[in-house]
Design a protein around this ligand. Structure first.
Ligand code: AGP
Length: 608
């Protein structure tokens, strides 16, 4: 999964494109490159290198090239086909150095196309699938770039977001998409920028057009058109939304933004005195939702952990049988989808390939499809029948943090909404709504403990294995805490387990080198968790607890405890997740990890 940027306009300075590209570095950072049309020399100049954008900037400085011109292409790569080498870095070009392009996605039939083109005499310089697209466009090029792109993409199978320029048709920037996100940014002043997501265009554009699948945008420095009409929409986020501010990392900024994120997710949606949730995005399917007998929630990673908690909420308080599936499993097994059921995707980016593929399978079966998504106008948003936005602004850190808490709060809203359509009483609705309303403040109280949690991370920073245990609503939090730790503080291995499974295996691991982290709020399974703690202590294991304020008993029992405020059992996950996010963050920083861009990962997995 990569980040692409294309620019055309009166600006001749490549800083515009590089600044936009830096907003996309979370999508992949194995290598980076740019290509600029130099009208004086009538040629396209290119610099590319392995490493991050910083390495590219150094390469540019050392190249001695005057790289100012328009149009221009920029790229940051997450390797799919072909190793991390300079030759495989984007941009790629055709045989004559006329056609240049950058690409995000996978050309699934690139081998056949490459054989065909080599048979026609084309010479390739890289191992990538992307280079095939450049030679394919060359094959059809007769002076009109968009016409050549249009013909070439008809032969491509797979996923692509392409930005293309040509030395021999230099007044154009062409963009085309299929299943990979691509946005056209319209500047108030002087031109156009295309990029993989809104965060990259927000520095330059005030209006955007979301490209749909099979659409081609044709831009020059003063005009653009799309081979299919689209209405521009105002960009919700602004440039400062995507700055780090005074924080050292996006991840810490986004953890600290969680009270505000929760407020934005709940804003205008809680009618506490009536025990109701107002979800305007479901208005057009309200009658259908009244009739559903079963709900299936499908997601990946952290969003899947939110889905698991949503299941517990919806079954206990809305009385709706709810199944949850990891998207990559759902799409390949033979699921039974009942007619009177609904299919809900949970996805921060709205572009996760497996979740999108699962959605398309549900649509193919004629099932009502819903989404809980953060990214405005993303693919899942456009392909579901209805949905609920998180409204938390861009989440740049690769680790999902504020989006997770927001997803849980929206699932609680959905529980009230569907529950009140059924048998959830006004009183119970009022209680859940009232407890939700104060959550932002309670999260804020926990954030005050960041230094305390940093000290805990320092105490345990030498351990390389952790087990997280939780039960019922906090079993998925055990999974989430383990995921956060292993994805941020590499190379720690951490596993999450339901407390009741200890005796079915993990207890064998217990010794003084393996810290156990227990999520043990004062809830209906508290006593059961105490037994787990005793079992671990009896075998010399280190014990850390996330417990409810006022619980002195736990303090006597464990080696370390972090307290969270009291709330209803159903909502404790929204609080218990916060210390675990901070624990992973501080552990990662202590270990010298790049907590915003952990190795081998990407923010949005838009390829299988
Ligand atoms: C979690 O910290 C990871 N970033 C990853 O598991 C993520 O939650 C997953 O890829 C799903 O992404 P989505 O919410 O954008 O679909």
């Amino acid at each position: 999964m990569c980040g692409i940027v294309g620019y055309i306009g009166k600006q001749r300075d490549i800083k515009v494109g590089l600044a936009a590209l830096k907003r996309l570095e979370y999508r992949g950072y194995d290598s980076a490159g740019l290509a600029v049309f130099d009208s004086a020399k009538n040629q396209v100049l290119c610099v590319k290198t392995i490493g991050r954008i910083e390495a590219l900037e150094n390469e540019i400085a050392n190249s001695g090239l005057q790289l100012n011109g328009s149009p221009a292409l920029f790229h940051t790569r997450w390797a799919t086909h072909g190793g991390v080498t300079q030759a495989n870095a984007h941009p790629h070009h055709d045989c004559k150095g006329n056609i240049w392009l950058v690409h995000n996605g996978i050309i699934e039939n690139y081998k056949e196309l490459k054989e065909m083109l080599e048979g026609e005499g084309h010479k390739f310089l890289s191992e990538t699938d992307t280079e095939v697209a450049a030679h394919l466009i060359e094959k059809f090029f007769n002076g009109n770039l968009e016409e050549a792109v249009r013909k070439a993409i008809k032969l491509i199978k797979g996923a692509y977001a392409l930005a293309v320029i040509s030395r021999d048709d230099p007044q154009k920037l062409i963009a085309a998409r299929l299943s990979s996100p691509l946005i056209v940014g319209i500047s108030e002043h002087d031109g156009y920028i295309v990029a993989s997501d809104s965060a990259a265009v927000a520095l330059y554009a005030k209006q955007i057009v979301q490209l749909e699948d099979n659409e081609i945008a044709v831009m020059n420095s003063h005009d653009f058109y799309i081979l299919k009409e689209k209405q521009p929409e105002d960009l919700e986020m602004t440039a400062q939304d995507i700055q780090k501010g005074n924080y050292p990392h996006y991840m810490l900024k986004e953890i600290m933004e969680q009270p505000e994120a929760l407020e934005n997710s709940l804003k205008g949606r809680l009618i506490v005195n009536e025990g109701l949730a107002k979800l305007g995005g479901l208005q057009n399917v309200a009658d259908q939702l009244l009739k559903i007998k079963r709900l299936r929630i499908v997601a990946c990673g952290t969003a899947f952990h939110a889905a698991m908690i949503g299941k517990y909420m919806l079954e206990e308080y809305a009385g709706i049988p709810t199944e949850v599936d990891i998207a990559s499993e759902f799409r390949y097994r033979k699921p039974i989808l009942e007619e009177n059921s609904a299919f809900l995707c949970v996805s921060q980016s709205g572009e996760t390939a497996d979740t999108l593929a699962a959605l398309r399978e549900a649509k193919r079966r004629g099932i009502l499809t819903l989404g809980i998504v953060n990214a405005v106008g993303s693919s899942i948003v456009r392909e579901t029948d209805a949905g609920i936005y998180n409204h938390i602004g861009p989440e740049i850190g690769v680790a999902a943090t504020k989006s997770f808490l927001s997803q849980l709060s929206v699932l609680a809203l959905l529980t009230i909404y569907l529950g009140r359509q059924r048998n959830l009483s006004v009183i119970k609705g009022q209680r859940i709504a009232g407890d939700l309303q104060v959550l932002p403040n309670l999260v804020g109280e926990i954030l005050q403990k960041s230094d305390e949690i940093k000290a805990l991370a320092e105490k345990y920073s030498k351990y390389n294995n952790f087990i997280f245990l939780g039960r019922k609503y906090n079993y998925p939090i055990a999974l989430e805490g383990a995921l956060k730790l292993k994805e941020i503080a590499y190379y720690i291995h951490a596993e999450g387990y339901p407390g009741g499974e200890m005796k079915h295996g993990p207890l064998a691991l217990t010794d003084e080198n393996l810290p156990f982290l227990f999520i043990v709020p004062s809830d209906s399974v508290y006593e059961k968790m105490l037994s787990n703690i005793e079992e671990v202590k009896a075998r010399g294991g280190k014990t850390i607890a996330i417990a409810t304020e006022g619980d002195e008993k736990i303090r006597e029992l464990v080696d370390d405890v972090v307290y969270i405020p009291k709330t209803s059992e159903m909502l404790t996950p929204i609080l218990s997740a916060v210390p675990l996010q901070l624990f992973a963050y501080h552990m990662g920083v202590l270990r010298g990890c790049d907590v915003d861009k952990p190795r081998n990962l990407a923010k949005s997995v838009t390829v299988e």
